[in-house]
Design a protein around this ligand. Structure first.
Ligand code: MHO
Length: 209
């Protein structure tokens, strides 16, 4: 087997970043997720003063296991891109829809996928912006793996990792999606049965799912 290709990075904004991180974290081939602020001009944004940035998720992935086009499909199917200022109760420019690109090839793929989405949406306007990624500012610790942190059982099952490890962990990214019930059904079931096994056998630390 040839060595793994270098990881690639993609950044998307699609509403609340708690949810965005959960959606992408479950996917096979996604190695790491980080929530943050991007798309604006304010330097050093914070949650309560993010300025003109949008809540975003940075996805590190193994391109041999998942393609940029597959990530784009998940992006489109995971939010309503026809709303100018965000999703449901989450209103404001901080929740706008953006595909951040990393070079001309990605911009082209993003543009083609947006055209397809516009055809599917008929007369409703797809508001999603496509723009080159500038600076991605990682958000405060409390917002990283937010959904997982609401679930002490899962945290304990992983051995209560310190914050830095939790942020880098592939398993944490996956369980963050599981905790939010935002994994595809098949993944949700696989994780369920793995957890049940481990609990039955008497509580060793969960290393992988
Ligand atoms: N309305 C959302 C906002 C979350 S967010 C990360 C909530 O409080 O659940 O902006």
């Amino acid at each position: 087997v040839s060595p793994d290709p270098p990881l690639k990075t993609a950044v998307f904004a699609l509403g609340s970043f708690w949810r965005s991180e959960a959606v992408f974290g479950c996917l096979n081939g996604v190695v790491r997720t980080t929530v943050g602020y991007a798309g604006g001009s304010k330097s050093n944004p914070e949650y309560r003063s993010l300025g003109d940035h949008a809540e975003s998720v940075q996805v590190e992935y193994n391109p041999r296991l998942i393609s940029y086009n597959q990530l784009l499909e998940v992006f489109w199917s995971s939010h309503d891109c026809r709303q100018v200022f965000g999703q449901g109760p989450d209103v404001g420019t901080q929740y706008r829809s953006i595909i951040f690109t990393n070079g001309t090839q990605e911009s082209r793929m993003a543009a083609v996928s947006k055209e397809k989405e516009q055809l599917r949406s008929r007369s409703s306007v797809v508001t999603t912006q496509i723009q080159p990624i500038g600076t991605f500012y990682p958000a405060e610790h409390d917002h990283q793996k937010f959904e997982l942190k609401q679930n002490p059982f899962l945290l304990q099952l992983m051995g209560n990792l310190p914050e830095e490890e939790l942020q880098r962990s592939t398993l944490a990214a996956k369980l963050n999606g599981y905790a939010a019930e935002l994994c595809p059904l098949k993944a949700q079931r696989q994780i369920n049965s793995k957890i049940n096994d481990i609990v039955k056998k008497g509580w060793p630390v969960l290393r992988d799912v």
